[in-house]
Design a protein around this ligand. Structure first.
Ligand SMILES: Cc1cc2nc3c(=O)[nH]c(=O)nc-3n(C[C@H](O)[C@H](O)[C@H](O)COP(=O)(O)O)c2cc1C
Length: 371
């Protein structure tokens, strides 16, 4: 019955999608976030949402870094950057949410156009550069939120031209972590975003010594929530290996593989030329994300949990990442192309795939293809 309803919803979305795609991407994004936030406030909705979340598929319930996720499918950082959706997402089958990326200073976002749709390439061009309300305002808002599923807070450095050194960037990031840690908000874990390709000053932490300094400063705070590092996917294997070797030396719970892709060689130029600035999401990220999940699992699988992210549009895409080493999955672009109920569709699809392959729980399938 539920499967039939989801098929009907998918087709309804297919019918309205061309109309939605006539509008500017950012306008539609804001509309959907407001709609979702409004829906969550409808009388009786919290009761219903809690029931949905507690009625999870047993083979998909998984515990990572001490947190129990009712479904392994979560929302990637950048969609709910103002924390409007934590109470709405379980309605669509999400097992966790990510708020942010948030920075110490508020930022109104890079110049327009900063969000473009590449329909034939099944991708978005993103050039927001950490548009956000700033850590204080976000935490103030989060104080009134009681998430139904685990909530992660993504933290990055303020996108300002006045910072020019790594030490300044580290102080800026540490400030946000300290504020979040002492705020009493109901977050379950942190993401440390070091891989945004759209910042105005290229202060980077890919080089081992710099990454080590940053991780030392962040973990010296003595955070009691686990930290996941949002990794780049445009770096070569040697750089990623060197980064992993630094990460495992610190009390870091895991990594997210990964962020947007700068390389535009796989998209249709007539589509992407309209948006000269920005990183790509969706299908262009998929293969490199998969390659790096395998690489990371082989190198650090026993130490770091992996959240697979990039180009997940179906249960098969998610399952492939899981078999390569991901314990959890995040997505954004699949949602835009395949509709808001995609997380639940994926969960039902994963249940069948696990059953087909004789796995009692998703944890049994993690890394099975990488070993
Ligand atoms: C509109 C948009 C905004 C994003 N903003 C952020 C962000 O603030 N922080 C971050 O770590 N990743 C951000 N990302 C990257 C996503 O979290 C994700 O890594 C990437 O889109 C690949 O996943 P996907 O193919 O499922 O979209 C953003 C992506 C999109 C589409």
């Amino acid at each position: 019955m539920e499967r039939l309803m989801l098929i009907a919803l998918r087709w309804s979305y297919r019918i309205i999608r061309p109309i939605l795609f006539l509008f500017d991407s950012e306008t539609i994004h804001i509309f959907f976030v407001r709609f979702g936030a409004g829906l969550a406030k409808t009388p009786g909705m919290r009761w219903f949402t809690e029931k949905l979340a507690s009625n999870s598929i047993p083979s998909l319930v998984t515990t990572i870094a001490g947190i129990t996720f009712p479904s392994p499918i979560g929302l990637g950082a950048g969609f709910d950057y103002e924390a409007r959706l934590p109470e709405a997402l379980p309605l669509f089958g999400f097992g966790f949410d990510t708020v942010g990326t948030i920075t110490k200073g508020a930022y109104e976002g890079n110049r327009y156009p900063r969000l473009g749709r590449l329909i034939r390439s099944q991708s978005l061009v993103v050039n927001k550069g950490f548009k956000n309300l700033g850590i204080e305002a976000t935490l103030e808002h989060l104080k009134h939120i009681h998430p139904i599923v685990p909530l992660g807070l993504s933290i990055g450095r303020t996108n300002t031209k006045t910072y020019t050194t790594h030490a300044e960037a580290i102080d800026d990031i540490v400030y946000s972590f300290k504020q979040a840690e002492s705020s009493g908000v109901h977050i379950s874990y942190y993401e440390l975003n070091i891989s945004c390709p759209n910042l105005s000053v290229p202060i980077e932490f890919y080089e081992p010594e710099r990454l080590n300094d940053l991780l030392k400063a962040v973990t010296d705070i003595g955070l009691w929530r686990p930290v996941f590092i949002k990794m780049p996917i445009d770096k070569d294997d040697a750089t990623i290996r060197a980064m992993l070797d630094v990460i495992v030396k610190h009390p870091i719970a895991g990594i997210i593989i990964g962020n947007l892709r700068k390389d535009r060689s796989t998209v249709i130029p007539e589509e992407s030329d309209k948006y000269p600035r920005g990183g790509l999401s969706g299908v262009p990220c998929r293969d490199r994300s998969d390659e790096l999940i395998r690489l990371a699992y082989e190198r650090t699988g026993s130490t770091l949990a992996i959240i697979g992210c990039g180009g997940v549009f179906s249960a098969e895409d998610a399952y492939h990442k899981i078999r390569l080493g991901a314990s959890l999955i995040q997505l954004i672009t699949g949602l835009i192309f395949n509709g808001p109920f995609l997380p639940r569709e994926i969960a039902l699809g994963l249940e069948k795939l696990l059953e087909r392959d004789g796995f009692a729980n998703i944890a049994d399938a993690v890394g099975i293809e990488a070993k």
